[in-house]
Design a binder for this molecule. Structure first.
Ligand code: ADP
Length: 241
């Protein structure tokens, strides 16, 4: 059970952004996609999310083939580097919006929304700031709201594209610890894109190293660092550290 990426290829004109990528992620895992700029990390994430169609290959969740399903029918939560919060909505309304778009079939009552938003804000430690607008929040606080909104859909998979990239070091560390704890406390599967090796090392159960649209190595942080499988991985990890 989990996410299965099978023989995924994606071209942009003549450029092979992904070249026959295969990957299995178990339910509950927190996986980091690591690799140089342009290696295909975001493209892979977007294909798993359903925001981009692959030219070849399949994506399945828990054995269900989702390759032809739209993003909104995949039950994924998505967090981008630049918090895409609605400026004219309060913190409460931003998170409530996440609940309302959850499903065409699911129509929560006002009190259910209020209860659920409170729980989500509690989870990201933002309850006191419910009435603020995004412009009144720090970067870290905005990203907490983006996380709460992504979790509002009760996603089976949480996909994060450089989620903490724009934040300062201390806030980055706090939020990645929070993400780790969320995994330890809740049954959720997450994939996050990062170019920060320390971040990947610190929180991921497994690291996927991409290069030129191909996976070079998959393993736990210890496996990848202690036993790089090829010269690329060795140099990539060694040069930056
Ligand atoms: P990464 O996230 O590892 O930096 P990306 O997945 O964003 O890499 O991009 C991989 C390659 O595909 C890059 O060379 C990028 O320029 C190219 N690419 C990504 N999206 C598009 C697009 N929509 N149109 C054309 N080229 C793209």
């Amino acid at each position: 059970m989990g996410i299965e990426v099978t023989n995924i290829s994606k071209n942009f004109k003549d450029f092979k952004a992904l070249n026959d990528v295969n990957l299995k992620i178990n339910t509950g895992e927190l996986v980091a996609l690591l690799g140089p700029s342009g290696s295909g990390k975001t493209t892979l994430l977007r294909i798993i999310a359903g925001l981009e169609n692959p030219d070849e290959g399949n994506i399945s969740f828990d054995g269900e083939d989702l390759t032809d399903k739209k993003a909104q029918d995949r039950n994924v939560g998505f967090v981008f580097q630049h918090y895409a919060l609605f400026k004219h909505m309060t913190v409460f309304e931003n998170v409530a919006f996440g609940l309302k778009v959850r499903s065409r079939k699911y129509r929560p009552s006002k009190s259910e929304i209020s209860q659920k938003v409170s729980e989500l804000l509690e989870l990201v430690k933002m309850r006191e700031l419910a009435d603020r607008y995004p412009s009144q929040l720090s970067g870290g606080q905005r990203q907490r709201i983006a996380l709460a909104r992504a979790l509002a859909v009760e996603p089976r998979v949480l996909l994060l594209d450089e989620p903490f990239g724009a934040l300062d070091a201390k806030v980055r560390k706090d939020l990645r610890r929070w993400l780790r704890k969320l995994h330890d406390d809740m049954p959720i599967t997450s994939i996050f894109v990062t170019h920060d090796q320390e971040e990947a090392m610190d929180v991921a159960d497994r690291i996927v190293i991409l290069n030129g649209g191909k996976i070079e190595q998959i393993g736990t942080p210890e496996e990848v660092y202690e036993n790089p499988e090829n010269p690329f991985v060795y140099n990539f990890l060694g040069n930056v550290n």
